[in-house]
Design a protein around this ligand. Structure first.
Ligand SMILES: NC(=O)c1ccc[n+]([C@@H]2O[C@H](COP(=O)([O-])OP(=O)(O)OC[C@H]3O[C@@H](n4cnc5c(N)ncnc54)[C@H](O)[C@@H]3O)[C@@H](O)[C@H]2O)c1
Length: 335
């Protein structure tokens, strides 16, 4: 298949590009490089020994996206391009709606014009809000507590309306839990341009001596050690989930599908810290800070639907996630 990955030089996009190219697909990456570096392209090419086309551009540029779809005879799109920091979304809601909702709307118009009807969309477990029960299955009510989550939910609703209106479409909404880790080679991983918002990139920079100390937000949650519990999923497992979703879309006659991509297992912040210490051989200094507004105690997926329908199941352990994240971080230190 010829597959367009918007946001393709980003963290999840680059790992998915490697998995798809290694399976023999033709890949085109479109990215405006607002949160990734062009050096990722050479790394993806080196890992896959394939030709990977790259277009520097904005997903909101409908004319450009239409041209890319036509020029490369695209069969399917995986839409990663977006902004994803919850705190920032509270301060800049219009930017979040513009890029995440406006960007998707523009992409959908370009796709319809080019008659490309297969789409995999990067959604998030954030759409579930504060869990009403655990594990969270796909039928759990959706209720967002911040503009980032609402932007994902608006897109989900837009895609459901589209799928109901036009039977040509084949759409998979993938609700990611907490992707961490890196490719085994250590060549690609998560390296945000700013101070990391997410736990593992932050820990990795503390381990590398680039940041002094980890702040753990709250140790009085109703969890075994008092710190927040999340469902961490290895980014390569997540990437493989995208390939499984594309394969499933090729054989379905239903327009809309929703899948959780998680492991079904939760780990606390302190369990992740200990696993990272083991993987890196470094001590991670941390201190306990007050809870962050909007944070929830525990969140993990019911991952059975993806396993039954996609034949996909996360394989890699927390140790694999931390070891690969550390290998990637250590390679950055050597650069
Ligand atoms: N990483 C997570 O924890 C997580 C969890 C749930 C959902 N998601 C979603 O998955 C997707 C990918 O996340 P990621 O972690 O790889 O983030 P990322 O920031 O590493 O990748 C996103 C990529 O999109 C690009 N981009 C941003 N705006 C663009 C635009 N207007 N036009 C073209 N390119 C643009 C960025 O330069 C970046 O390369 C996002 O939609 C995100 O909301 C991520």
């Amino acid at each position: 298949m010829n597959i367009l990955l918007t946001g393709g030089t980003g963290y999840i996009g680059s790992h998915t590009a490697v998995v798809l190219a290694q399976a023999g697909h033709q890949i085109v990456l479109l990215d405006n490089l607002s949160n990734s570096d062009i050096s990722v392209l050479a790394r993806v090419k080196a890992l896959t020994r394939s030709h990977i086309a790259f277009v520097h551009g904005d997903v909101r540029n409908q004319e450009l996206v239409h041209k890319v779809l036509m020029d490369h005879h695209i069969d399917a799109v995986i839409h990663f391009a977006g902004v994803k920091a919850v705190g920032e979304s509270v301060e800049q809601p219009l930017r979040y709606y513009d890029i995440n909702v406006g960007g998707t709307l523009s992409l959908l118009k370009a796709m319809r014009h080019a008659r490309v009807f297969t789409l995999v969309f990067s959604s998030s477990s954030t759409v579930y809000g504060n869990p009403q029960y655990l594990p969270i299955d796909e039928d759990h009510p959706t209720r967002c507590t911040n503009p980032y989550g609402r932007s994902k939910l608006h897109v989900e609703e837009m895609l459901a309306d589209l799928a109901a209106a036009d039977p040509h479409w084949r759409i998979a909404l993938l609700r990611y839990f907490n992707p961490i880790g890196a490719h085994d080679s250590g060549l690609i991983g998560e390296d945000p341009n700013d101070i990391p918002n997410n736990l593992v990139p932050y820990i990795a920079r503390v381990a590398a001596g680039k940041l002094e100390c980890l702040r753990v937000f709250g140790n009085d949650y109703p969890t075994p050690d008092g710190t927040g519990v999340r469902d961490y999923i290895h980014v390569v497992d997540l990437a493989e989930g995208h390939m499984a979703a594309l394969q499933a879309l090729a054989r379905t006659n239903q327009s809309l599908h929703v899948y959780n991509l998680g492991t079904g297992q939760g780990y606390s912040v302190l369990e992740v810290v200990r696993a990272f210490e083991q993987a890196s051989g470094k001590t991670i200094p941390y201190h306990i800070a007050p809870r962050r507004a909007g944070d929830i105690a525990t969140c993990y997926a019911q991952a059975a639907r993806a396993e039954a329908a996609l034949g996909w199941k996360a394989q890699r352990t927390l140790q694999d996630m931390c070891a690969s994240a550390w290998k990637f971080q250590a390679s950055l230190v050597l650069e």
